[in-house]
Design a protein around this ligand. Sequence first.
Ligand code: FPP
Ligand code: MG
Length: 326
Amino acid sequence: MISGRSVPEPVTAVIDTAGGWLPQRLAEVEQGLVEAVDQGGVLAEAATATLSAGGKRMRPMLVLLCAGPEAGPAAVRSGIAVELVHMASLVHDDVLDRAPLRRGHPTVYASAGRELATSLGDQLFSTAFRVLVDGGDSRAVTEISATAVDLARGELLQRQGAFDLGVTEATYLERCGLKTGRLFEAACLLGRTSTHPGDSGAIGLFGHRIGLAFQMLDDVLDMSGPPERTGKARGTDLLDGTVTLPLIIAARSDESLAGLDLRGLDEDSAAGVCDRIEATGALTEVRDRATGLIAEAKAGLVSAGLDLEQRQLLELIADGVVLRYS
Ligand code: FPP
Ligand code: MG
């Protein structure tokens, strides 16, 4: 357990395999997160609820694993900062989506309203930079700043393509690379450079690939459910007008899907569209492609200059991305 949260399978496997340094540093990240969100005022309750609402701490884990056993305060601060940016982006995303649920719990948007949720996202986002500045780490500030710009670009690309069945696979991949792959990439880069300054090579690509696979599998899960597992209704992306890879692929073989009116869907008909998409084999195809990306990510680690144990731990976390969705 990390600070009383239940820890999912892949994370447990990595913690069990790594030496004592990993749980120690993860606990420091968790403590840092608690301190970072605890700023009093009207946002305190929502901030604490958001922090304790779950989350796999996958990004801080990547920071620490890429830093390796000599991970120190710089890696811990980067772990805190990437998780704060991640949390901020989800709180803002839920405002934009008008989402009722996240991880099975009411979103801040649903329970406290648009204004409070927007402010909380802003607070979490700003605090990430304070944590990095407190460590005097201008390199990390620059990386996280560039990453946040990319997240915003990815989100905008998604909004611009909303309800548009003409969204291409290339645009989908660009969008997922920006909104999800980029933060995984930053986590890996910041971890590695905290212990190996100047080494910004292959490890970033590893992060980008597993982030992209993560998002592709998340988009499959949105359609396959079940809701008890995902904490949201099947077809939520369709209802939001978000055109994802399963639909793009399915529409190639099912003409009725190519002409779908996403604005006319309700919860029941969205679930029916998910079934039709699944019947084309598109969910299996996207799962396979994500699995292929994970394999490429792992293969790329061979030339990343890591020691064997570190590489094996990163392979384990990469496998965890797929296992979680199998
Ligand atoms: C969740 O994915 C959302 C993201 C990965 C990115 C959200 C980014 C922003 C709101 C813009 C930038 C914000 C900051 C603070 C820099 P999803 O919408 O695919 O999945 P979900 O809604 O089902 O979780
Ligand atoms: Mg969303």
